[in-house]
Design a protein around this ligand. Structure first.
Ligand code: ZN
Length: 337
């Protein structure tokens, strides 16, 4: 497939000081891509900023105003992890815009990877947390629903549970949320039995995994939970909350995933999108804090999406298989597994 990145140098203007989610994150990834032989094949697209109306598809007006006022006031720490600087409101709108611009590229037959910051998947409708201000992926999904899509799947393989995305659609059957994450770990949610509520019951799928999971373990989770459930859901588009913090070199995660594991997940997400929804797949950056590892993993994913060549992954470990089986048991009430 033809690949694209959506990126703007201005993402560095969300200033978090010496924080792991630092201003240099995206620039390092882009510099790595520029130096690789992939670069000539990648379409580089500038994001359009999101509007406040876009943000309000997911967030409360009070939350939008809180971020705006925090930035106007010169910035401060919202919690122990989450910083707002003077430019953060504008750049958070540009991060949402990155996800919205990415899905526009489906019309060009491209698979986009939105390299945005601040990340989004911890931001709930009314709260910024975990480095996240607005929920980029959730807003992209909501905008697709607004445009008439009836079923959107979100796959989240960031090492942390995407509590904000889960909260945004917990009672909404139009959005399937599937998360593989380390447990116990920040933010503490994402247990097997969190399956949605009301109309959305059965449309939240959590696969909490023990630390130390490998490429083979994630592939096992994909094959036994993600792929069969997404297939039965039959989405019209697939969004990925793509965090590289399950990488074995990541300072904030405790997993053992390598470039091959990320390439495998990207390729299998593409295969689902090709089979189910005319290749409407968009990856949106979430975490990933080791600069070199993150950049190499993004390059491996873009290469896999471009050449569609399979990457060998090892066999799953017993304890990861047991965790995936628990998720299967929890989801059997809703899906054929
Ligand atoms: Zn993360």
């Amino acid at each position: 497939m033809k690949t694209a990145i959506v990126w703007d140098e201005a993402y560095a203007e969300h200033d978090t000081g010496g924080h792991p989610e630092g201003a240099d994150r995206i620039a390092t990834i882009v510099a790595y891509l520029e130096a690789s032989n992939l670069w000539p094949q990648i379409d580089v697209v500038k994001p359009k900023p999101a509007t406040e109306a876009d943000v309000l598809l997911v967030h409360t007006p009070a939350h939008l105003e809180m971020i705006r006022r925090a930035a106007q006031g010169g910035g401060h720490w919202i919690d122990a992890d989450t910083h707002v600087s003077p430019r953060s409101f504008a750049i958070a709108l540009l991060a949402v815009g990155g996800a919205l611009t990415a899905v526009e590229l489906w019309d060009e037959g491209e698979v986009p990877f939105a390299l945005v910051r601040p990340p989004g998947h911890h931001a709930t409708p009314d709260r910024a947390m975990g480095f996240c201000l607005f929920n980029n992926v959730a807003i992209a999904a909501a905008s697709l629903l607004q445009r008439g899509y009836e079923r959107v799947a979100i796959i989240d393989w960031d090492v942390h549970h995407g509590n904000g995305t889960q909260a945004a659609f917990y009672d909404d059957r139009r959005v399937l949320f599937v998360s593989l994450h380390q447990w116990p770990h920040y933010p503490g949610s994402g247990w097997f039995d969190e399956c949605g509520e009301g109309d959305g019951e059965g449309f939240t799928v959590n696969v909490p995994l023990p630390g130390g999971c490998t490429d083979g373990d994630y592939a096992f989770g994909f094959a036994n939970v993600v792929e069969p459930i997404v297939r039965q859901f039959a989405p019209q588009a697939i969004l990925v909350s793509a965090g590289q913090d399950p990488h074995r070199d990541d300072p904030l995660g405790g997993m053992d995933v390598t470039d091959a594991g990320f390439a495998h997940m990207a390729l299998h997400s593409l295969a689902l999108a090709q089979e189910l929804c005319e290749a409407r797949l968009a990856l949106v950056l979430e975490g990933g804090y080791d600069r070199r590892a993150s950049a190499a993993a993004v390059a491996a994913m873009l290469a896999a999406l471009a050449d569609e060549r399979a990457h060998p992954v090892g066999k799953p470990q017993q304890r990861a298989m047991a965790a995936v089986e628990r998720a299967v048991d929890a989801q059997k009430a809703y899906w054929e597994l």
